[in-house]
Structure formats: structure tokens, C-alpha cells
Design a protein around this ligand. Sequence first.
Ligand SMILES: [Zn+2]
Ligand SMILES: [Zn+2]
Length: 375
Amino acid sequence: MTTLASPPPLTSRAAIANGEGAFVIESIEVRAPAADEVRVRLKAAGVCHTDHASLNWSGPLVMGHEGAGVVEAVGDAVPGFEVGQPVLLNWAIPCGRCFQCERGNAPLCERTLARDSGLGSSAAGPGHTLWNGCAIERSFNLGTFAEYALVRPEALTPLPSELPLDQACILGCGVMTGVGSAINIADVKPGESVVVLGCGGVGLSAIQGARLAGAGRIVAIDLHQAKLDRARQLGATDTLLVSRDDADHRMLVEGVLTLTGGRGADHAFEATGQAALSFLPLRFVRDGGAALQLSGSHGEVTVPMPWFQWNKRYLTPLYGGCVPTRDFPRLIDWALSGALELAAMVDATYRLDDLGQALDDMLAGRTTKGVILFD
Ligand SMILES: [Zn+2]
Ligand SMILES: [Zn+2]
């Protein structure tokens, strides 16, 4: 019997946030996988608002937390993966055994959250991934803005070869958050009405989730007509263009009520990332309806709750309630059948060297979803 030599460390170009609001593209060293690890060669990586936030992480960080690629090397104790297998990377790995996991709240896994504490992680042992000879953290334990990433196998979902990696790479964060919030958290039922405030990547995914759930009326709201046109293409039945003159949102709320029988929608999603708009969805839903804030926490806000509003629920779902083993195969099936449209959400591709442009375009609202392509 011959013993295969373990593969050598690889030099990989990567985007490294410096913790002070900027990044550099430099080389990192990614060592061979340990027995319980897989080394992935990235082919495509989605750009998310959190990547911009990661520029101010507490120390140097390999950026990027959405991605798809092919398996490049497999640890001895990892079953089920072969070199060359296309895979989707996912940043939330529930333990399956804690209080939250046992109640189906996988993204709130107490073990993962406690260990990973947000954007970066030092879970990797010394020498895992090196920059200038020192161990470096990776965004959400992944670091997908790099040619190679070393991950645990639980972070990987096999992809069918028919699904292009430059589309599949966006499944892992924004699409999961939007679709999952509609289907897993809001539990939209056939015929129900849905309002989506903000038609970026997460908002458009919520619209697609509502359509997949069989929602009757889906009202999309945005400041830009082009984004509303895209929303209609992806499933919105009605659109409302926000007027900047409507400072107290009175016209907008009236518009929603007119479209939803005068009493409001069953579900309303906020996906703008604007703290001041966090609670606007409460004014869009009927008594007993649910308002969901998908943008994550972005500062303290005051809740303006008008009189005589009853049984309304306000939810702040994390990652669309993602249970990776349940949700990613389902999203992949929908993408393959065309029920979930991915290509229509990606409106720009970039080389890694152009990451600055990708972030600028995203922040200026010029793109819905940018994707970094690797050779
Ligand atoms: Zn993200
Ligand atoms: Zn858990």
C-alpha cells in the first residue's frame, strides 16, 4: 500500500481588510487540509454589504463570505467529496445539538455564534492561513475573496455541474436571507399579500421567496425605477416608486394600503439597510400581520407605534432561518428548474483586482449584486 503525500501549501492571492477601512490584494499561504478539512479553489464570489463592513474588523481579515468553487484537496477523514467536485460555500454551520438548534433556530446556534462572534474567526489553528508569515482570520471562517480557502466539510454543499458557479456563488448569503425569510420565517401562504421595501439583492430574493410560496399580491418599493422593473421581472405584481418628497412616508403607506384592500398586507419586509426605515414595515401590515427587518442591526432606532395596532409581530430574522442541509439543496433545485432566478440578480462581474470598484458600485446603488470571478 502506498501512502499519498499530503498536498503542499498553496500561495493564493486574496483581498485582505486592514481593520482601518481599507484593503489590499496580496498573497496568503493556505496550508494543506487537515484530516477534517477541505481545500477549495474559488471560482466565483458574491459581494455583500457585510464585506464593506468587514473593512473595519478588529484586525487583518481575508474578506468574502459568499462563494462557489471546486474541491482542490480533501482531508483523509472527510467522506463524500472528490477533487474537482463543484461546491457552494456557506458561512453558518449549526452544531445541531444546542438549545437553539434543537428548536430549529440553526442560524442562532449557540456554539457557532459563541465561537465565531460575527465577521471573523480565529477558529483555525496556527498556520491554517498565513499572511506575511502570521495566522490571519477569515471572514465568517471562509474568506472567499481569495483563490483558495480551507474550510470544514460542513461548510460545503455539493453543486450539480449544470449550475454555473458565477450564479451559484450568491446562494450563500443574500439569496438565502431573502428567500428563507419569506419561506422559513414569515411562512408566507398561498394567496397572502407581501410588501418588500428595498429591491437590492436581499429584497429581490424576498420577492422571489414570496413568489415561490405562492403569494397573491407582492408589492415592491424602491427609490429607483430600474430596480422596480427588475422586481417585477422576478415576481412583484405591483410596484411603488418612493418620492423623496414623501418625508413622513404618508403617501407610501397610503399606496400600500390601497393595493392591499385598505387594511395592509399580511407580511412586510424591510431590506434597505437604512436604520430610519427599520420599523416602516409595521405600518404596511394589517393587524395580526408580520413585519420583518432583514437588514441586520444597524444602530438603535425608536419604534413609532401608532395607536390601535393589534397583534402585529416584529421579527429580525438572521440568515433566513437557514438550515443548510434542508435549504441549500432546495435552493439549488429551484435554481436548476429556473423557479429561482439567479442570473437576473447578478448585474456585474469583476476581477479580484477590481474589488474596490465592486464595493463602490454596490454602495452607490449601481449594482444589485456584483460577483468576483477567479481564473
Ligand atoms: Zn452577506
Ligand atoms: Zn447549535
